[in-house]
Design a protein around this ligand. Structure first.
Ligand SMILES: Nc1ccn([C@@H]2O[C@H](COP(=O)(O)OP(=O)(O)OP(=O)(O)O)[C@@H](O)[C@H]2O)c(=O)n1
Ligand SMILES: C[C@](O)(CO)[C@H](O)COP(=O)(O)O
Length: 232
Protein backbone atom coordinates (compact mmCIF):
# COMPACT_ATOMS: atom_id res chain seq x y z
CA UNK A 1 0.00 0.00 0.00
CA UNK A 2 1.37 3.45 -0.96
CA UNK A 3 2.58 5.37 2.11
CA UNK A 4 0.40 8.37 3.01
CA UNK A 5 2.29 11.65 2.50
CA UNK A 6 1.55 14.55 4.83
CA UNK A 7 2.89 18.11 4.63
CA UNK A 8 2.62 20.64 7.43
CA UNK A 9 2.07 24.29 6.55
CA UNK A 10 3.12 26.85 9.18
CA UNK A 11 1.71 30.36 8.64
CA UNK A 12 4.47 32.52 10.17
CA UNK A 13 4.14 35.73 8.15
CA UNK A 14 2.16 37.83 10.62
CA UNK A 15 3.35 41.05 12.28
CA UNK A 16 1.91 40.26 15.72
CA UNK A 17 0.33 43.70 16.18
CA UNK A 18 -1.73 42.63 19.22
CA UNK A 19 1.47 41.54 21.00
CA UNK A 20 2.77 45.12 20.79
CA UNK A 21 6.36 43.85 20.61
CA UNK A 22 9.30 45.33 18.71
CA UNK A 23 9.60 42.21 16.55
CA UNK A 24 6.99 39.80 15.20
CA UNK A 25 5.82 37.60 18.10
CA UNK A 26 6.88 34.32 16.44
CA UNK A 27 10.50 35.48 16.92
CA UNK A 28 10.23 36.31 20.62
CA UNK A 29 12.36 33.85 22.61
CA UNK A 30 11.48 31.53 25.49
CA UNK A 31 14.25 29.37 27.00
CA UNK A 32 16.69 30.63 24.35
CA UNK A 33 14.48 29.41 21.46
CA UNK A 34 12.11 31.49 19.35
CA UNK A 35 8.41 30.69 19.50
CA UNK A 36 8.64 29.55 15.88
CA UNK A 37 11.47 27.15 16.75
CA UNK A 38 9.43 25.68 19.60
CA UNK A 39 6.55 25.15 17.17
CA UNK A 40 8.75 23.64 14.45
CA UNK A 41 10.36 21.31 17.02
CA UNK A 42 6.93 19.97 17.94
CA UNK A 43 5.92 19.45 14.31
CA UNK A 44 9.26 17.83 13.45
CA UNK A 45 8.65 15.34 16.28
CA UNK A 46 5.47 14.07 14.61
CA UNK A 47 6.33 10.81 12.86
CA UNK A 48 3.64 11.14 10.19
CA UNK A 49 4.72 14.56 8.90
CA UNK A 50 6.99 14.25 5.85
CA UNK A 51 7.60 17.93 5.06
CA UNK A 52 7.12 21.30 6.75
CA UNK A 53 6.55 24.45 4.65
CA UNK A 54 6.84 27.76 6.50
CA UNK A 55 5.19 30.90 5.12
CA UNK A 56 7.25 33.97 6.07
CA UNK A 57 6.85 37.68 5.44
CA UNK A 58 8.77 39.30 2.58
CA UNK A 59 10.17 41.59 5.31
CA UNK A 60 11.32 38.67 7.50
CA UNK A 61 14.97 39.09 8.61
CA UNK A 62 14.89 36.45 11.37
CA UNK A 63 13.91 33.14 9.69
CA UNK A 64 17.35 32.66 8.09
CA UNK A 65 18.89 32.38 11.57
CA UNK A 66 16.92 29.19 12.30
CA UNK A 67 18.91 26.00 11.61
CA UNK A 68 16.61 23.68 9.62
CA UNK A 69 17.17 20.44 7.74
CA UNK A 70 16.82 21.57 4.11
CA UNK A 71 15.31 18.28 2.92
CA UNK A 72 12.47 18.40 5.48
CA UNK A 73 11.72 22.12 5.47
CA UNK A 74 10.88 24.71 2.83
CA UNK A 75 9.78 28.32 2.91
CA UNK A 76 7.39 30.43 0.86
CA UNK A 77 6.41 34.07 0.95
CA UNK A 78 3.31 34.75 3.04
CA UNK A 79 0.48 36.99 1.95
CA UNK A 80 -1.61 39.89 3.25
CA UNK A 81 -3.86 37.70 5.37
CA UNK A 82 -3.27 34.36 7.10
CA UNK A 83 -5.43 32.64 4.44
CA UNK A 84 -3.21 34.11 1.69
CA UNK A 85 -0.12 32.74 3.39
CA UNK A 86 -1.69 29.28 3.57
CA UNK A 87 -2.78 29.55 -0.08
CA UNK A 88 0.76 30.43 -1.16
CA UNK A 89 2.13 27.39 0.66
CA UNK A 90 -0.52 25.14 -0.94
CA UNK A 91 0.45 26.52 -4.36
CA UNK A 92 4.12 25.76 -3.67
CA UNK A 93 3.32 22.20 -2.51
CA UNK A 94 0.83 21.49 -5.33
CA UNK A 95 3.23 19.53 -7.56
CA UNK A 96 4.52 17.33 -4.71
CA UNK A 97 1.35 15.24 -4.50
CA UNK A 98 0.87 15.22 -0.75
CA UNK A 99 -2.19 13.27 0.38
CA UNK A 100 -2.93 15.62 3.29
CA UNK A 101 -1.86 19.03 4.54
CA UNK A 102 -1.90 20.00 8.19
CA UNK A 103 -1.94 23.75 8.88
CA UNK A 104 -0.57 24.88 12.24
CA UNK A 105 -0.07 28.43 13.51
CA UNK A 106 3.53 29.42 14.23
CA UNK A 107 2.04 31.19 17.26
CA UNK A 108 0.90 27.92 18.87
CA UNK A 109 4.15 26.46 20.33
CA UNK A 110 2.44 24.47 23.11
CA UNK A 111 0.68 21.98 20.88
CA UNK A 112 1.23 18.40 22.06
CA UNK A 113 2.67 15.88 19.62
CA UNK A 114 0.11 13.34 20.88
CA UNK A 115 -2.76 15.67 19.92
CA UNK A 116 -1.34 16.15 16.41
CA UNK A 117 -0.90 12.40 15.96
CA UNK A 118 -4.48 11.86 17.17
CA UNK A 119 -5.80 14.37 14.62
CA UNK A 120 -3.84 12.64 11.85
CA UNK A 121 -5.23 9.23 12.85
CA UNK A 122 -8.80 10.52 12.98
CA UNK A 123 -8.65 12.27 9.59
CA UNK A 124 -7.04 9.32 7.83
CA UNK A 125 -9.33 6.71 9.40
CA UNK A 126 -12.46 8.71 8.57
CA UNK A 127 -11.03 10.02 5.27
CA UNK A 128 -12.35 13.44 6.25
CA UNK A 129 -10.77 16.77 7.16
CA UNK A 130 -10.77 17.88 10.76
CA UNK A 131 -9.44 20.35 13.30
CA UNK A 132 -8.19 20.25 16.86
CA UNK A 133 -10.65 22.11 19.05
CA UNK A 134 -11.38 22.56 22.75
CA UNK A 135 -14.82 22.65 24.35
CA UNK A 136 -15.78 26.06 25.67
CA UNK A 137 -15.52 26.03 29.48
CA UNK A 138 -16.80 29.50 30.38
CA UNK A 139 -20.25 31.00 30.06
CA UNK A 140 -20.30 32.92 26.77
CA UNK A 141 -21.96 36.32 26.44
CA UNK A 142 -22.73 38.30 23.28
CA UNK A 143 -22.65 42.09 23.47
CA UNK A 144 -20.43 45.16 23.17
CA UNK A 145 -20.62 47.35 26.30
CA UNK A 146 -23.41 45.35 27.93
CA UNK A 147 -24.76 41.82 27.62
CA UNK A 148 -27.14 41.20 24.75
CA UNK A 149 -27.48 37.45 25.32
CA UNK A 150 -25.95 34.44 27.00
CA UNK A 151 -24.94 32.03 24.25
CA UNK A 152 -25.87 28.36 24.83
CA UNK A 153 -22.49 26.64 25.05
CA UNK A 154 -23.29 22.90 24.98
CA UNK A 155 -22.01 22.61 21.39
CA UNK A 156 -19.53 25.49 21.36
CA UNK A 157 -15.85 24.81 20.63
CA UNK A 158 -12.75 26.95 20.33
CA UNK A 159 -11.03 26.17 17.03
CA UNK A 160 -7.35 25.40 17.47
CA UNK A 161 -4.71 24.23 15.03
CA UNK A 162 -3.54 22.00 13.39
CA UNK A 163 -6.33 21.83 10.87
CA UNK A 164 -5.97 18.96 8.42
CA UNK A 165 -7.43 18.62 4.94
CA UNK A 166 -6.84 17.20 1.45
CA UNK A 167 -4.65 19.82 -0.28
CA UNK A 168 -6.67 20.17 -3.49
CA UNK A 169 -9.96 20.52 -1.59
CA UNK A 170 -8.46 23.18 0.69
CA UNK A 171 -6.88 24.97 -2.29
CA UNK A 172 -10.22 25.15 -4.11
CA UNK A 173 -12.07 26.15 -0.92
CA UNK A 174 -9.69 29.05 -0.23
CA UNK A 175 -9.99 30.14 -3.86
CA UNK A 176 -13.81 30.09 -3.72
CA UNK A 177 -13.88 31.87 -0.36
CA UNK A 178 -11.62 34.64 -1.67
CA UNK A 179 -13.64 34.98 -4.88
CA UNK A 180 -16.90 35.31 -2.97
CA UNK A 181 -15.57 37.56 -0.21
CA UNK A 182 -16.21 35.02 2.57
CA UNK A 183 -14.73 35.74 6.03
CA UNK A 184 -11.99 33.12 6.29
CA UNK A 185 -10.12 33.14 9.61
CA UNK A 186 -9.15 29.46 9.59
CA UNK A 187 -8.98 26.63 7.05
CA UNK A 188 -12.17 25.07 8.41
CA UNK A 189 -14.21 28.20 7.62
CA UNK A 190 -13.15 27.97 3.99
CA UNK A 191 -14.01 24.26 3.88
CA UNK A 192 -17.39 24.91 5.53
CA UNK A 193 -18.09 27.71 3.02
CA UNK A 194 -17.45 25.18 0.26
CA UNK A 195 -19.86 22.71 1.83
CA UNK A 196 -17.38 20.20 3.25
CA UNK A 197 -18.04 18.45 6.55
CA UNK A 198 -15.23 19.07 9.04
CA UNK A 199 -14.53 16.86 12.07
CA UNK A 200 -14.04 18.35 15.52
CA UNK A 201 -11.22 16.50 17.31
CA UNK A 202 -10.88 17.34 21.01
CA UNK A 203 -7.47 18.76 21.87
CA UNK A 204 -5.83 20.27 24.94
CA UNK A 205 -6.94 23.78 25.82
CA UNK A 206 -3.33 24.75 26.68
CA UNK A 207 -2.61 24.71 22.94
CA UNK A 208 -2.98 28.48 23.10
CA UNK A 209 -2.30 30.95 20.32
CA UNK A 210 0.20 33.49 21.61
CA UNK A 211 -1.60 36.73 20.69
CA UNK A 212 -1.34 39.30 23.51
CA UNK A 213 1.35 39.89 26.19
CA UNK A 214 -0.44 37.83 28.86
CA UNK A 215 -0.43 34.83 26.52
CA UNK A 216 3.37 35.09 26.42
CA UNK A 217 3.60 34.89 30.21
CA UNK A 218 1.45 31.76 30.25
CA UNK A 219 3.45 30.19 27.41
CA UNK A 220 6.72 30.93 29.23
CA UNK A 221 5.38 29.12 32.29
CA UNK A 222 4.32 26.06 30.29
CA UNK A 223 7.49 25.90 28.18
CA UNK A 224 9.71 26.35 31.23
CA UNK A 225 7.87 23.87 33.44
CA UNK A 226 6.81 21.16 31.01
CA UNK A 227 10.06 19.74 29.66
CA UNK A 228 8.28 16.56 28.56
CA UNK A 229 6.10 18.61 26.18
CA UNK A 230 8.97 18.76 23.69
CA UNK A 231 9.91 15.24 22.67
CA UNK A 232 13.60 15.29 21.78
N1 LIG B 1 -0.71 37.55 6.79
C1 LIG B 1 -0.52 36.64 7.78
C2 LIG B 1 -1.08 36.83 9.07
C3 LIG B 1 -0.85 35.88 10.06
N2 LIG B 1 -0.08 34.79 9.76
C4 LIG B 1 0.20 33.80 10.78
O1 LIG B 1 -1.02 33.22 11.22
C5 LIG B 1 -0.89 32.82 12.60
C6 LIG B 1 -2.10 33.27 13.42
O2 LIG B 1 -2.31 34.63 13.18
P1 LIG B 1 -2.29 35.76 14.34
O3 LIG B 1 -2.20 35.13 15.70
O4 LIG B 1 -3.39 36.70 14.05
O5 LIG B 1 -0.88 36.44 14.07
P2 LIG B 1 -0.65 37.95 13.60
O6 LIG B 1 -1.47 38.25 12.41
O7 LIG B 1 0.84 38.11 13.50
O8 LIG B 1 -1.18 38.77 14.88
P3 LIG B 1 -1.99 40.16 14.86
O9 LIG B 1 -3.35 39.82 14.32
O10 LIG B 1 -2.01 40.50 16.34
O11 LIG B 1 -1.22 41.13 14.03
C7 LIG B 1 0.41 33.41 13.12
O12 LIG B 1 1.37 32.38 13.29
C8 LIG B 1 0.83 34.39 12.03
O13 LIG B 1 2.25 34.50 11.90
C9 LIG B 1 0.45 34.60 8.48
O14 LIG B 1 1.15 33.61 8.22
N3 LIG B 1 0.22 35.53 7.51
C1 LIG C 1 -6.57 29.64 12.89
C2 LIG C 1 -6.94 30.05 14.29
O1 LIG C 1 -5.80 29.96 15.14
C3 LIG C 1 -8.02 29.13 14.81
O2 LIG C 1 -8.48 29.59 16.07
C4 LIG C 1 -7.45 31.50 14.35
O3 LIG C 1 -8.58 31.63 13.53
C5 LIG C 1 -6.39 32.48 13.87
O4 LIG C 1 -6.96 33.78 14.00
P1 LIG C 1 -6.01 35.04 13.85
O5 LIG C 1 -6.89 36.24 14.02
O6 LIG C 1 -5.40 34.94 12.48
O7 LIG C 1 -5.01 34.90 14.95
Amino acid sequence: MKPIKIAAIVPAAGIGSRMQSAIPKQYLTINHKTILEHTLTRLASVKGIDHICVAISPDDIWFSNIQLEPTRFSQVLGGKERADSVFNALTYLKEQAFDWVLVHDAARPLVQVDDIEHLITQCISHNQGGILASKVKDTIKRGDTSIKETVPRDDLWQALTPQMFKPDELYQALLLGAKQGAVITDEASAMEFSGHAVMLVAGRSDNIKITTPEDLTLAEFYLTNSKDLEKK
